[in-house]
Design a protein around this ligand. Structure first.
Ligand SMILES: Cc1ncc(COP(=O)(O)O)c(C=O)c1O
Length: 443
């Protein structure tokens, strides 16, 4: 076996004598290309090093003097890990809770086959914030969706009495629920599916925000349909906000046909859209809801499914599980992620700062009406879409924003999503908007 010598922290962390603090951006890129799977295409010539404050990262860019060295620059975090860091980078209360529990409370790591005392805290906090009967903890966002999918099927067979193996789960076109086989089976993105088949059967898609299509499908196959599993606002699709009355009408349709409404709030939850959960903006309550991302306070992957008792109660011992789902550290982090969401009124700040950002977008759109086609958003889940022309390239916008100290990423060729931490301040929003204006002007 090869000898491996690992020591040090931070820049001094070294693997067989190679210190990570000595690596330039191009050397990091070389290692990632040689040693890592190429399932991402990160922005080039930039490597994030550490946190400056809740909305600012310190990154390393190539130095003009030598390809072997780098300079450090501030980067406003306009994406906050795809909404996993709603509470801000290294939120002090959450970090303090983690450090305190690990060091002073001697937090154990145990599986679910033995009770631990922190689970009660997490279940009490998570059922209270979601206003749901029961919660099942998981780890990654996709697992919350996967469990949602399974619960809908179980409920379909055991409560609705759909004939064996004939259950249908309905999804929306353009959805994104993660990368498991079930999630990509529901996806209609060819890149996410290519050569990963055969896919999970029993899935049908309708156009998002098209009530008529849903109604027709429910009328045709309603007795076999267990659930409509859907994002309340489609994030990865480019922040697609449905009509104001869509969800109320969907909920009524679901009730009429005894079909569950299961919402994936992995990206829209935890204050992101100006309410604790996006469905609250529309005055409806789903029967099941998946949460992830900011459920882990930007520190740890924590996810869960919250829902109606009769649906969650279809789970039986041995039918589901997860070694790290709700383990003590996740329970502490999950509880504090909720505490910060509530105490810091993050949803309110998202609503106020989101309105400020959208109003800037509207100004930019009227100034450059030949370039910006549409601006969209709820709270601090925002996007602007440019006309589909070669020079109006979302990737170029991301790169130019990076040159101006803002981290954002295009979702499709011509759409750029901005979703900063919910702790962001007014002057930082003005700064982001100013940089966007300057980039759009330059295109
Ligand atoms: C709506 C939604 N569901 C599920 C996921 C998957 O979450 P994860 O990447 O943590 O598995 C995402 C990730 O972007 C998402 O946006």
């Amino acid at each position: 076996m090869n000898k491996i010598n690992i020591k040090g922290y931070g820049d001094e962390l070294s693997i067989n004598g190679l210190k990570i603090g000595d690596l330039s951006p191009s050397e990091h890129e070389k290692i990632e290309k040689e040693k890592g799977g190429q399932n991402y295409k990160p922005l080039e010539n930039v490597v994030v090093s550490h946190v400056k404050d809740s909305s600012t990262l310190i990154c390393r860019k190539p130095s003009n003097d030598s390809i072997k060295s780098y300079i450090e620059e501030e980067l406003v975090d306009g994406l906050c890990c795809y909404s996993a860091v709603n509470q801000g980078q290294l939120n002090k209360e959450i970090v303090d809770a983690v450090v305190h529990h690990l060091k002073n409370e001697k937090l154990p790591t145990v599986p679910r086959s033995i009770r631990h005392k922190y689970m009660s805290a997490f279940l009490l906090a998570s059922t209270a914030i979601t206003e749901m009967d029961k919660v099942v903890p998981k780890v990654a966002g996709v697992e919350s969706w996967e469990l949602t999918f399974k619960l809908c099927r179980r409920w379909g067979y055991e409560v609705k009495k759909i004939p064996s193996n004939q259950c249908i789960i309905v999804g929306a076109q353009g959805n994104f629920h993660g990368r498991s086989v079930a999630a990509v089976s529901m996806s209609d993105d060819p890149d996410a599916k290519k050569n990963f088949g055969p896919f999970v059967p029993g899935i049908e898609l309708v156009p998002f925000n098209d009530l008529e299509a849903l109604k027709n499908l429910f009328e045709e196959k309603g007795e076999f349909i267990a659930a409509y599993c859907v994002e309340p606002i489609q994030g990865e699709a480019g922040v697609i906000v449905p009509d104001e009355d869509y969800w109320v009408n969907v909920k009524a349709l679901c009730e009429k046909h005894n079909i569950l409404l299961a919402m994936d709030e992995v990206q829209t939850g935890f204050g992101r859209t100006g309410a604790n959960f996006a469905h609250q903006l529309y005055g409806v309550k789903p029967d099941l809801m998946g949460c992830g991302k900011a459920a882990g306070g930007g520190i740890l992957p924590v996810s869960f499914v919250a829902g109606r008792k009769d649906v969650i109660d279809t789970l039986t011992p041995g039918s589901e599980g997860s070694t790290f789902g709700g383990y003590p550290l996740a329970s502490v982090v999950g509880t504090y992620a909720i505490k910060v969401l509530v105490d810091k009124k993050l949803a309110d700040n998202a609503r106020i700062r989101g309105a400020q950002l959208i109003s800037h977008y509207e100004d930019i759109m009227s100034e450059f009406s030949d370039k910006i086609k549409e601006v969209r958003g709820k709270g601090l889940l925002t996007a602007f879409e440019m006309y589909n022309e070669t020079h109006l390239d979302g990737h170029k916008v991301s790169v130019e924003l990076l040159n101006r100290g803002i981290y954002a990423k295009e979702t499709h060729h011509s759409t750029v999503r901005i979703a900063p931490a919910l702790t962001i301040e007014a002057w930082q929003i003005d700064n982001i908007a100013e940089q966007i204006r300057s980039v759009i002007k330059s295109l």
